[in-house]
Design a protein around this ligand. Structure first.
Ligand code: GLC
Length: 542
């Protein structure tokens, strides 16, 4: 397998993309219907969040059967048709593999609970819990039936961690990967994959909620290499794998993705999406810290470039509030902000991911009440905030800004009822903005067409897909800038992250360069250049 670096990925949250049955939940036929839309945008690969049978405690990340489809989304024939129609339009699919844990309703856990020792060895079952904290709040251990023992769940209590040290577990999970590989998918996204190697002896770990005991352990690299050899590593031609890395380090991400190690093709990290956390805590309200953001982008960009690592680049996904609400003055500069942010990653080194709706500048739903939220993490967090002494109004404000439901709202297709997503009652209410922000209105607008241009440029120019990354204007207080270089060609990308204009002095070669792309019309290159509010400007020297 090889990684084609000119490709761009589009993420679909299937529950919320397009419902054709009136059930209120999106489905495979809805995706089939919209494939021409995706082709028009120009993307190459669709990452689909989980659609497998699941009690939906964590919206499908709690899988009860790895090799079937949840009837909510259609049947296997629909799935196969979707893959085939995609191929006809030059679009491949990347599936979400949730292999760190399974639902407690999965046959394996049920058999373990019934007393089968073979399946008990699939999980972490211990006499005493450790002090590790679940990522969804509370202790990470729960009583294992009425045995007096405890099982580990790093996420929800219904998501039991699988023990990868057990070779039978690995064998079963590799079978799952191969099952979907055989269906013709061309990529995998591995959920929280850097958590699959826990310490051999599980002990209390008061540091950082217990994370050091189970995050980025050296054995994860061995497991990934084994999985690569046993599954997708054998695939012919272009193939893409991405690991979701929780609280990871650059050193590890280089190892996870350097081609000669044969682990994964790229890694997601989340450090840049924590720059608006107070003291590293998600459930807080804070303006984003531009200095921290810039530094993170520069350090990761340079280190990955210098050591042949490869990053997945993104601003949005199904776990994050909409980036436009976090990083730009969305009331006054939605078009400028959306296009600048797009350029800041699409012209950078790594594989860009677009989360559905980003290409039309979708924003948070602006719900009025806690009743509108369904996400398990948000509901838990609300309770915890109240217990910590916040008032209902204060807690609600935090949920409104931070909930994962912010990005899970129905895709906004047009201004008809429910944003044209469903003729039934949507499982999650559409955002208030849909009469103004929707595909019908935006498709010829500045944001969508800018995304089209950026995607096309990556395909045309190896400088963008392959070039090296070097930080530029590192001390500038409002511009995130970098240089790309490839076989004598150079590109300088300037991104103004603020609503105030700013001037920069250009080096001689760029003064004589030409504008490759900008989100403002007339740009004069000279000794100095002035960037308008949220302007992005890429200058080519060849
Ligand atoms: C990942 C997924 C998230 C899920 C969690 C547990 O972070 O992106 O949606 O809740 O893993 O599977």
């Amino acid at each position: 397998m090889t990684l084609d670096k000119s490709k761009v990925v589009y993420q679909i949250y299937p529950k919320s993309f397009k419902d054709t049955s009136g059930s209120g939940v999106g489905d495979f036929r809805g995706i089939i219907e919209k494939i021409p839309y995706l082709q028009e945008l120009g993307i190459d690969m669709v990452w689909l969040n989980p659609f497998y049978p699941s009690p939906q405690r964590d919206n499908g990340y709690d899988i009860s059967d790895y090799t079937a489809v949840n009837p909510l989304f259609g049947d296997m024939a629909d799935f196969e048709e979707m893959i085939a129609v995609g191929k006809e339009h030059g679009i491949d699919f990347m599936l979400d593999m949730v292999l760190n844990h399974c639902s407690t309703e999965h046959e394996w856990f049920q058999k373990a609970l019934a007393g089968d020792p073979y399946y008990q060895d699939f999980f972490f079952i211990r006499d005493q819990p450790t002090d590790w904290v679940s990522k969804f709040g509370g202790n990470a251990w729960a009583p294992f039936g009425d045995t007096g023992k405890y099982y580990l769940h790093l996420f929800d209590v219904t998501q039991a961690d699988l023990d990868w040290r057990n070779p039978h577990v690995r064998e079963e999970l590799f079978k799952v990967v191969n099952f979907w590989l055989d269906k013709g998918v061309r990529g995998f996204r591995f959920d929280v994959i850097n958590l699959i190697g826990k310490d051999e002896v599980l002990q209390d770990c008061p540091v950082n909620d217990g994370k050091p005991a189970y995050t980025d352990k050296p054995i994860v690299h061995d497991y990934l290499h084994m999985m690569n050899e046993a599954t997708f590593g054998q695939a012919e031609g272009s193939f893409m794998t991405v690991g979701e890395m929780s609280a990871t380090t650059i050193e590890n991400c280089i190892l996870y993705t350097a081609p000669e190690r044969k682990e994964l093709s790229m890694a997601f990290n989340f450090h840049h999406l924590k720059v608006d956390y107070e003291d590293g805590q998600k459930w807080t309200l804070k303006e984003f810290d531009f200095e921290a953001l810039k530094k993170l982008f520069h350090t990761w960009g340079k280190e990955m470039s210098d050591h042949d690592g490869w990053s997945a680049l993104f601003w949005n996904n199904h776990d994050q509030p909409r980036a436009l609400n976090r990083f730009v003055d969305v009331k006054n500069f939605r078009n400028e902000g959306a296009t600048m942010m797009a350029a800041s990653i699409h012209l950078s080194r790594g594989t860009p991911y677009i989360y559905m709706g980003e290409e039309i500048g979708m924003i948070d739903p602006d719900y009025d009440s806690m009743e509108d939220y369904v996400d398990v993490e948000s509901l838990n967090a609300y309770q915890i905030l109240l217990e910590e002494g916040k008032s209902e109004a204060e807690a609600f404000k935090i949920i409104q800004a931070k909930s994962r439901d912010n990005s899970r709202t129905p895709m906004q297709w047009d201004d008809s009822a429910n944003a044209g997503f469903s003729t039934g009652t949507p499982w999650l209410k559409a955002g208030k903005s849909y009469p103004q922000i929707n595909v019908a209105k935006e498709k010829n607008g500045p944001i969508f067409t800018f995304y089209q241009k950026l995607i096309a440029l990556r395909k045309e120019m190896p400088l963008i897909s392959e070039g090296s990354y070097k930080p530029a204007f590192e001390d500038n207080p409002q511009v995130y800038a970098f240089e790309r270089e490839y076989q004598g060609q150079k590109l300088l990308v300037l991104n103004n992250f603020y609503a105030t204009p700013i001037s920069l002095e250009l080096a001689a070669d760029y003064q004589a360069g030409r504008v490759l792309i900008s989100n403002y019309k007339s740009v004069e290159l000279g000794k100095a250049v002035t960037l308008a509010p949220y302007q992005t400007l890429a200058i080519l020297v060849d």
